[in-house]
Design a protein around this ligand. Structure first.
Ligand code: FAD
Ligand code: NDP
Length: 531
């Protein structure tokens, strides 16, 4: 994946100039600790709380808890506006309720279906085509989520963090207002305010019936009954992951993509991901854009789209249409213009410095709501903790957004860290990099005669003596588990020479990384065989 650019890179020169005037700007990467510049009204001690966090998701909870551990008086506001379909959930934010957690559990449920098919090869007398029960799975997943919601509330209580279940918006730069469910107005004042309100799924504005009849990932994980024959629109993380597990449950699943899959990722890997999905049952409508959605009396949806490849309108009938066309940052309801927090003019995300400072001195922002950061739970959590340490723990450590590893949990998982081949080539030129690669066969695929055509590893190195590793890409089972450890090595500046000296663990798929020797430049076939 392309390494995330620092937030300011995308801002226009004009907004950068005005932003500098607004507060003491530090160059991205500057190690200077962040010192609050308080207004007279907001002198430390003059407000009720040392810290108020708006948004009780991955980043906000981590920041609030860390600040409380320094003995500070902390409050957190979290409120879930129901989706247009009326779906709502508890404390914990996107990851816990409508993101990583239900997604990974449903991915696991789909993998188990594959394991059932494998099982009889290994002597188990089980029916390979056992039907999947959505309701049973969804109830189990939702119960787990509810236990996490409860756990978060307990953790806040244990640390004396005051939790307000209200939708906050600024009154002035130290005061936030919200209303409880019963309509009671609550005003909270704080010396420091951290914005961590995340994002929500986007609906296309130009498609008739989109909001009325379509659902998003905010609804999918909370459906009481199976979505049935499903069309998933979009071609990135959310779309491919959801389409992957729906296919795994045996549902007729189609992905509609308007351009390339997994934009920003190494495109050779991205195409292998979709190739695998296609050969394992997911249908793809390529170069198509949605026109309209209509509902039949029997509740099924008639979908009309434009197929750009053949240049004509086409139609299809589905039980469910799910939008996975990106996310909108939750900056609209915070009344940010009132306090002068600057947004990126296009993305509407908050512009932050390397120390997560916004254009208002004592207001900070972390997680999905910030411009130019990866939209991932572990980065939001780490950014939140480090911010609390800088504010209250005499720390100067900044969040390092480079070489953040990630995994796309598609049926064949894709894990990566560092640069894509395209990005490495753009930075260092084709002659400046060496790419080692291999198609391999996971041992567990042999007895079951599973197709391993897309099991592939690629290591992108700087050309030269030690060949520093710029990027590592792994497509295969348990990719997240494989790539996590290598991410440490790459963070520490690991080289190809060091990787060659690393003894593999046999028999694993991860050991194939340590055995890479075929360069793309050599033109040799990249298929590895044998033990
Ligand atoms: P959030 O977790 O979104 O939390 C923001 C909270 O603020 C929400 O509870 C929201 O309701 C609340 N809020 C908003 N406005 C207000 C307001 N005005 N007042 C009070 N409260 C407010 N990341 C991974 O690392 N791994 C994965 O496998 C992964 N899978 C994902 C799968 C899906 C389907 C999706 C959608 C995302 C996934 N992500 C994954 C991304 C991850 O969930 C986010 O990056 C992460 O949750 C961001 O955390 P956050 O703290 O920025 O915001
Ligand atoms: P992205 O913004 O990454 O992708 C949006 C997708 O929708 C793209 O394929 C885009 O196509 C397509 N699209 C946008 N607008 C339209 C439209 N009008 N019609 C058709 N297609 C459209 O969003 P996601 O929601 O997939 O993911 C959001 C973030 O959440 C990710 O960046 C990731 O950080 C995080 N996440 C992480 C996961 C993980 O760690 N495993 C899992 C899921 C999410 P095009 O390329 O043509 O613009």
């Amino acid at each position: 994946m392309v390494a995330p650019a620092v937030a300011l890179a995308a801002a226009s020169a004009a907004s950068r100039r005005s932003w500098r005037r607004l507060f003491r700007w530090r160059a991205p990467g500057s190690r200077a600790p962040c010192r609050p510049v308080c207004t007279a009204r907001g002198l430390p001690g003059g407000n009720e709380y040392d810290l108020l966090v708006i948004g009780g998701g991955s980043g906000g909870l981590a920041c609030a808890k860390e600040a409380a551990d320094f003995g500070k008086k902390v409050a957190i506001m979290d409120y879930v506006v129901p989706s247009p379909r009326g779906t709502s959930w508890g404390l914990g934010g996107t990851c816990v309720n409508v993101g990583c957690i239900p997604k990974k559990l449903m991915h696991q449920a789909a993998l188990l279906g594959g394991a059932l098919e494998d099982a009889h090869h290994y002597g188990w007398d089980v029916a390979p085509s056992a039907p999947h029960n959505w309701q049973q799975m969804a109830t189990a997943v939702q119960n787990h989520i509810k236990s996490l919601n409860w756990g978060h509330r307990v953790q806040l209580q244990e640390r004396n963090v005051k939790y307000f279940n209200i939708h906050g918006s600024f009154v002035d730069d130290h005061t936030v207002r919200g209303f409880t469910k019963a309509g009671k107005e609550t005003l909270v004042t704080a010396d420091h305010i951290v914005l961590a309100t995340g994002g929500r799924p986007r609906y296309p504005e130009d498609v008739e019936g989109a909001k009325e009849y379509g659902i998003t990932s905010d609804d999918l994980f909370w459906l009481k009954k199976s979505p049935g024959k499903t069309l998933v629109v979009g071609a990135s993380y959310v779309s491919l992951e959801c389409a992957g597990f729906l296919t795994g449950f045996g549902l007729d699943t189609t992905v509609m993509m308007r351009s390339i899959p997994l934009r920003g990722f190494d495109q050779q890997m991205a195409l292998l991901v979709t190739d695998y999905m296609e050969s394992h049952g997911t249908k793809f409508l390529k170069y198509c854009t949605m026109r309209k959605l209509e509902k039949f009396e029997d509740q099924r949806l008639q979908v009309t789209w434009h197929n750009h490849e053949v240049g004509r309108e086409e139609t299809g009938v589905f039980d469910t249409v799910m939008w996975a066309v990106g996310r909108v940052p939750e900056t609209r309801h915070l009344n940010l213009e009132k306090v002068g927090v600057t947004l990126h003019p296009d993305s509407q995300k908050i512009l932050v410095s390397a120390s997560e400072a916004t254009s208002v001195a004592h207001i900070y922002a972390i997680g999905d709501i910030t411009e130019g950061r990866p939209e991932l739970t572990p980065t939001a959590i780490m950014a939140g903790k480090l911010l609390a340490r800088r504010l209250f723990g005499h720390s100067a450590e900044l969040m390092d957004y480079d070489n953040v590893a990630t995994t796309v949990f598609t049926p064949l998982e894709y894990g990566c860290v560092g640069l894509s081949e395209e990005e490495a080539e753009r930075r260092y030129g084709q002659e400046g990099i060496e790419v080692y690669h291999a198609y391999y066969k996971p041992l567990e695929f042999t007895v079951t005669e599973r197709d391993s055509s897309q099991c592939y590893i690629k290591m992108v190195c700087l050309r030269g003596e030690d060949q520093r590793i710029l990027g590592l890409h792994f497509l295969g089972p348990n990719a997240g588990e494989v790539i996590q450890g290598f991410a440490l090595g790459i963070k520490c500046g690991a080289t190809y020479s060091q990787m060659k000296k690393t003894v593999g663990i046999h028999p694993t798929s991860a050991e194939e990384v340590t055995k890479l020797w075929i360069t793309k430049r050599s033109g040799l076939p990249a298929t590895v065989t044998g033990c």
